[in-house]
Design a protein around this ligand. Structure first.
Ligand code: UGA
Length: 440
């Protein structure tokens, strides 16, 4: 079993650390933010991730959290799990990565494992920086993470694949061996290819979402139901069912950022990545389409009350980064609407200025002219819609995630609009048909 030091107690660092401890390794997770480490040591998780607390608790004897750099670097493998946010130019800010490299003391013998999402070519730069510091006994391996928030523990312990891109075969073997307890194929590549796999995978998934969103928008015009269309497409094994769920656009800390990274990386290297421009633009427009739908039903939104149900960028997370809800709220306020909102977990108090946050869905819905389903939390899909109707001023629901039963809503007397489900197509739906839910 290996001794692993993890730099960065963020999302990737905590989940990877806990899961590597679960596999039997001894792990030290280090972060510069003292409060974060104190909370972790007190048994409190700074992120909301279903199932993670149990894995952390179960492996307490093999999992330590510290602010001390010495305890982290004194290990066989050093995992880099720090943030790489975009700079003003949109490129990845690698400052935190360089800090980790500077913290490695002379004479260290270890393997540096890059988990953070970085531009292609970073491995080469890090290798050169290590060599320049005389750290020739520090190997370098790119082992990108494919953890989705909300399912991260499962994504780690039941990975679809493990990608290992190494300069030195023995270093790659050591990283591969860490994952011996997992039943997942290991793909050995060169370093730039491993870096590209991560960016390409996220960009492709985002492309599928923008594609199905555009199909949905056309469905509305031609009288088709995108739920049926997506199902019919997904059953083709060459296409598959995942990431064909239409909605009000993708968000989160990964897709928007990584797609821009890849677009810029291509541009900086002399290639104009046209498709990604469209993927980004479609996504931006998709977030705003709800406003047009509301106007179709309510006319001018000035003085109208709109309740946003769900704020997190997707269910099972409290993450509001790049959440479509934020753009939507800002657009509605700009149209002169009064906006209220509720999310079962995410705390938007510091973020959504001018938005009245309800303590419950019904509180947010009180007096509203429209309810907009922004995030497909089960609590929202299963809401007491009859109760909702009784507190609303106007009975209108815009289902931005196609999770409600149109017949039920209509039976209750709501005007119902969704994404890619033309009125004509909805009226032909069998009564029992439930909207598709993806298991991802
Ligand atoms: C994503 C990837 O799924 C992970 O594999 C990757 O490791 C991670 O980014 C990362 O780079 O760290 P995540 O951002 O947590 O994970 O979320 P996803 O579940 O992939 O969803 C992203 C966005 O797409 C959400 O806003 C979601 O609502 C939207 N989405 C997803 C759709 O609109 N339709 C779909 O069919 C699927």
């Amino acid at each position: 079993m290996a001794r692993i030091g993890i730099f960065g107690a963020g999302y990737v660092g905590i989940v990877s650390g806990a899961c590597l401890a679960e596999l039997g390794h001894t792990v030290v997770v280090r972060d510069v933010v003292q409060e974060r480490i104190e909370r972790l040591n007190a048994g409190e998780l700074p992120i909301y991730e279903p199932g993670l607390d149990e894995v952390v608790e179960r492996n307490r004897d093999r999992l330590r959290f510290t602010t001390g750099v010495a305890a982290a670097v004194d290990n066989d493998l050093l995992f880099v799990c720090v943030g790489t946010p975009p700079t003003h130019s949109g490129d990845a800010d690698l400052a935190a990565v360089w800090t980790v490299i500077e913290e490695i003391p002379p004479g260290t013998r270890a393997i540096l494992v890059m988990k953070s999402t970085v531009p292609v070519g970073t491995g080469e730069k890090v290798r050169a920086a290590l060599d320049a510091r005389g750290l020739v006994d520090v190997g370098y391996v790119s082992c990108p993470e494919f953890l989705a928030e909300g399912t991260a523990v499962r994504d780690f312990l039941s990975s679809d694949r493990i990608v290992v891109g190494a300069y030195d075969e023995a270093d790659g073997d050591a990283v591969e061996a860490l994952h011996a307890g997992l039943d997942a194929p290991v793909l050995r590549t060169d370093v730039p290819s491993a870096e590209m796999i991560k960016l390409a995978a996220n960009a492709y998934l985002g492309t599928r979402i923008s594609f199905i969103n555009e199909i949905a928008n056309v469905c509305e015009l031609v009288g088709a139901d995108v739920q049926q269309v997506a199902r019919g497409m997904g059953l083709d094994r060459r296409i598959g069912e995942h990431y064909l769920r239409p909605g009000i656009g993708f968000g989160g800390s990964c897709f928007p950022k990584d797609i821009s990274f890849l677009k810029l990386l291509a541009g900086n290297s002399g290639y104009h990545f046209q498709l990604l421009n469209a993927v980004i633009e479609v996504n931006e427009l998709q977030k705003r389409r709800v406003v047009t739908k509301l106007q179709k039903h309510l006319g001018s939104l000035r003085g109208k009350r709109v309740a946003l149900l769900g704020l997190a960028f997707k269910p099972n997370t409290d993450d509001l980064r790049e959440a479509p809800s934020i753009v939507l709220a800002a657009r509605l306020l700009a149209e002169g609407a009064e906006v209220s909102a509720w999310d079962p977990v995410a705390d938007a108090s510091g973020l959504l200025k001018g938005v009245r946050l309800g303590a419950s869905a019904l509180e947010a819905l009180a007096g509203a002219d429209a309810a907009v389903v922004v995030t497909e939390w089960p609590q929202i899909a299963e809401l007491d819609w009859a109760g909702a109707k009784s507190v609303m001023r106007t009975s209108l629901v815009i289902d931005g995630r196609n999770v409600l039963d149109p017949h039920e809503l209509k039976r209750l007397g709501f005007a119902y609009d969704a994404v890619g489900r033309a009125e004509s197509a909805l009226s032909l739906l069998p009564e029992t048909q439930e909207p598709e839910r993806e298991q991802h």
